[in-house]
Write a protein that binds this ligand. Structure first.
Ligand SMILES: [Zn+2]
Length: 334
């Protein structure tokens, strides 16, 4: 064996990686259950827990089962849930979306009664409630109408506010949606209700499992006339600037893992705005499928992915992994 050459290095980054304690001391980013928002799919009925095949561990829940689920989330330190509704009937407008006894309105009341301190965020869009599955009203040719849709979005948000929602989250990528909802809420007396805008939502193939879960796939066409082109990031700044100008209290990027550069871009451009990222159904399904095959260590991959969102600049992570991740973090098993 040849004698080791002496390099006389003064800089040795490995010095700070020698022990778990040193590594913890210099860790730049932390992950906590308080960062998570847990999505729930609410359906009519009682004692319903309808598993979603492409999202193992996630189910459509009736209101009573959703209450059980949110109690668990709250006990794990998760501060918020976001609700998606599956209506009893669909029609061209999506009337149940703003009905006082609609499925989401029932769920908000039940959750706020059971766990008053848990923040309830509601998705505000038309696609799960319309028979055509599009995010807005349609003209006779099947085009999504923008301005005609805005009044409906405001009605939905007001209805959620009246039921007790803490934050409304418009997701339809209609131009002017945040301004219309803000004006509607203010006129109705809900000046203190924050808006979390899906400011930058891409036309992504990663939403596939969600559309099974929420039964919200468009019956024809696609969403490329309102959701963003995955190739664009300068346009993301434009979308976010408009939403900020219209009164968005939070910004969001969706999907998450393929768009970490967009998260970073928004973080840097809007340092004063809380930023959420949506770790979408397809991202969840990929990890669950690989883990089920024994190809990945689920716990480590999930925690590393969630940490990546924080490192990229997200404050909040909407994730189907929330319960598992909160449990793992609570057990200090990082
Ligand atoms: Zn939609």
């Amino acid at each position: 064996m040849t004698p080791t050459k002496q390099y006389n290095l003064t800089m040795r980054p490995r010095r700070l990686r020698q022990t778990p304690q040193l590594r913890a001391m210099v860790r730049e980013t932390s992950l906590d259950a308080a960062d998570f928002i847990y999505p729930l799919f609410i359906t009519h009925g009682e004692n319903v827990r309808q598993p979603i095949a492409s999202m193992p561990g996630i189910a459509q829940l009736s209101v009573d089962e959703a209450v059980v689920e949110v109690k668990e989330a709250a006990a794990l330190g998760i501060p918020a849930v976001i609700l998606f509704g599956i209506p009893a009937h669909k029609d061209p407008i999506g009337l149940e979306n703003f009905a006082p006894d609609g499925i989401i309105q029932q769920a908000i009341r039940a959750i706020k009664t059971a766990v008053p301190h848990l923040l309830v965020i509601t998705d505000v869009c038309l696609c799960e409630y319309t028979d055509h599955g599009h995010c807005g009203l349609l003209d006779e040719a099947g085009n999504v109408l923008n301005d005609e849709t805005l009044a409906v979005l405001a009605d939905i948000a007001i209805s959620h506010a009246a039921a007790g929602a803490n934050i409304v989250a418009p997701s339809g990528m209609m131009d002017g949606m945040v301004g219309a909802i803000r004006a509607g809420l203010d006129d109705a007396g809900y000046t203190q209700l924050p808006i979390m805008s899906y400011a930058v939502k891409y036309a992504s193939a990663f939403y596939g499992p969600f559309r099974d879960a929420a039964d919200g796939a468009p019956k024809f066409g696609d969403r490329k006339t309102h959701q963003m082109d995955p190739a664009n990031v300068r346009e993301a700044l434009r979308e976010a600037q408009l939403d900020v100008a219209e009164g968005a209290d939070f910004l969001m990027v969706k999907p998450g893992l393929p768009y970490l550069d967009v998260v970073r871009t928004l973080r840097d451009a809007f340092p004063e705005r809380p930023l959420a990222v949506y770790n979408v159904s397809g991202e969840y399904a990929m990890i669950k499928a690989a883990a089920a095959n024994g190809w990945l260590d689920e716990k480590r991959v999930v925690l590393e992915s969630l940490l990546g969102f924080k490192r990229a600049g997200a404050d909040l992570i909407i994730t189907y992994h929330a319960l598992d991740a909160a449990q793992w973090l609570g057990n200090n098993e990082q």
